[in-house]
Design a protein around this ligand. Sequence first.
Ligand SMILES: Cc1ncc(C[n+]2csc(CCOP(=O)(O)OP(=O)(O)O)c2C)c(N)n1
Ligand SMILES: [Mg+2]
Length: 370
Amino acid sequence: MVEEEIFRIVKPDGSFDAALDPRLPEKDLLSLYRGMLLVRTLDNRMLSLQRQGRIGFYVPSTGQEACQIGAVFPLKKEDWVFPAYREPGAGLWRGYPLPLLVHSFFGDAEDISKGRQMPNHYGNKDVNLVSVSSPVGTQISLAVGTSWAAKIRGERIVALTFFGDGATSEGDFHAGMNFAGVFKTPTIFFCQNNQWAISVPVERQTASKTLAIKAQAYGFEGVRVDGNDVLAVIEVTSQAVEKARAGGGPTMIEAVTYRMGPHSSSDDPTRYRPAAQVEEWRRKDPITRFKAYLEKRDLWDEIDDGHLQKELEDEITDAIRVAEKTPPPPLETVFTDVYADMPPHLREQMEEFMKSGERRRPEISDKFPL
Ligand SMILES: Cc1ncc(C[n+]2csc(CCOP(=O)(O)OP(=O)(O)O)c2C)c(N)n1
Ligand SMILES: [Mg+2]
């Protein structure tokens, strides 16, 4: 494939190229739709919770559902995923339980990281989802290292890392790509080119014609795919995964997509991007496109859609209700999980902290009703 071409199976109106359609089983198609709609629904609910002051911060991924789910669809349980911060769907698809993910947004006592992480920094070792990386691009070299270790050990696993268009300007991206090319590591570099790095457009990231073309310089294949076409994302990622598993080395995938919402709950994109561009991409929405595809294949209709939307809303409401009733993590957890046997100086600090912490706790819980 020529690097500048964008691989696509389903067009925005749901019509599709029958010769390219992978004809996935109906069960998988419906799960994919459910998975994408769950992320979209979760985004809407979490952003409104943040606006009501019930959670501190949120990073929406509206518009990028096909990327995050399509990219992990071909992976096996034992493969590794190194996310950036806009991939809750990748975790959910791999089996991160929704209630547990919601606990992480609240940073409460049931949160896997016991509220120690920054908000929105989920991760779950049960599903080989490494913790979110917000220093841009640092996850890339970690994925390369993990896949190199797997290769040395003779394990047939791959590591897939997500990163954005902005991350391609970071040193970690170039170091990781170079190392992967030289050592032929089983790494999938999944770049979500969502056109923006906060307020910086992709044109200011590179003078290269595309992002995928950069792989050539490192001696391996780079492909461009329509990141709003979940079937196309699955197809190119499956090929990359198969190649990596068979010892063929890394692939870079540039998924061309769009961040439909703000960068985070702290951002107002209307200050830097034209409304016409947002509108143009709204017409390419990955969820409406996939829904139209399912309808064209007589697998879905408005009644099914109504039922599913209600079911997802209810599931999220239940998770929020439970999380809001969950207390904050116990104060002493600040000190635990570092040493198997706590050294005396730390124990001393913990006891002192517990005394002062007890005094401050009512004030904290007044501000943030948990
Ligand atoms: C090393 C580093 N520099 C700057 C930032 C601030 N920052 C956070 S996200 C971001 C934009 C990243 O854009 P991109 O890689 O395109 O990912 P996107 O947010 O679009 O998904 C920036 C500059 C950071 N977190 N880390
Ligand atoms: Mg970006």
